[in-house]
Design a protein around this ligand. Structure first.
Ligand SMILES: CC(C)(COP(=O)(O)OP(=O)(O)OC[C@H]1O[C@@H](n2cnc3c(N)ncnc32)[C@H](O)[C@@H]1OP(=O)(O)O)[C@@H](O)C(=O)NCCC(=O)NCCS
Length: 160
């Protein structure tokens, strides 16, 4: 795919009911389960953007702000916010939704870096993200910062 191809990103939404198998003895969802859902929803956003398979390269620190309880609805919204050559930064937001009132409360948010790959696991060039709205441009800058930080981490690791 040509690097010059540009496109806008679509939001991927994933809605699930929280079952007891995914909660601790306090009846709140495991952080690891939330991460799994963020990863899956984020990967779908990346793959649909790139029209390629995509693997998770890194995940930024995530602060869990609100407990999500057994019987709640957990809703995830993910979107590509920045593209480099073969990598994409995806923002994944998590909400706790009351299944009777549909009231939505923000639970946490995270940034994940995905790399598009071919069937041999080799990185593939992705289309370039076209940011149009003020909000898209704002998150593009944030994504660029995340990309830079991950590059610095890799550089430091290579030196160690
Ligand atoms: C991600 C992966 C495909 C990168 O392969 P690689 O041979 O290191 O490729 P490169 O060094 O050419 O880097 C390719 C891109 O990945 C990015 N990248 C590589 N490692 C990264 C990391 N840890 N965090 C963020 N981006 C990373 C590079 O910055 C580069 O992006 P760019 O082309 O947009 O500039 C490879 O490391 C891999 O397969 N990792 C395992 C992925 C996986 O299995 N994830 C699931 C959980 S284990």
């Amino acid at each position: 795919m040509s690097k010059k191809t540009t496109k806008r990103a679509v939001e991927v939404i994933n809605t699930e009911l929280v079952f007891p198998t995914h909660t601790n003895h306090y009846g709140t969802i495991f952080g690891g389960r939330v991460l799994e859902l963020m990863d899956t929803t984020g990967a779908l956003a990346a793959m649909r953007f790139a029209n390629e398979e995509a693997v998770t390269a890194s995940i930024e620190a995530i602060d869990f702000k609100k407990p999500i309880k057994v019987g709640d609805i957990i809703e995830l919204k993910a979107r590509v916010i920045f593209t480099a050559n073969t990598s994409m930064v995806v923002k994944a937001d998590v909400f706790r939704v009351n299944k009777f009132s549909s009231k939505e409360e923000f639970a946490c948010s995270g940034y994940l870096v995905f790399v598009a790959v071919d069937s041999n696991g080799e990185p593939r060039v992705v289309p370039q993200l076209r940011c149009v709205t003020k909000e898209e441009k704002k998150y593009c800058k944030i994504g660029e910062g995340i990309k830079k930080r991950s590059q610095e981490r890799r550089r430091r690791e290579a030196e160690e």
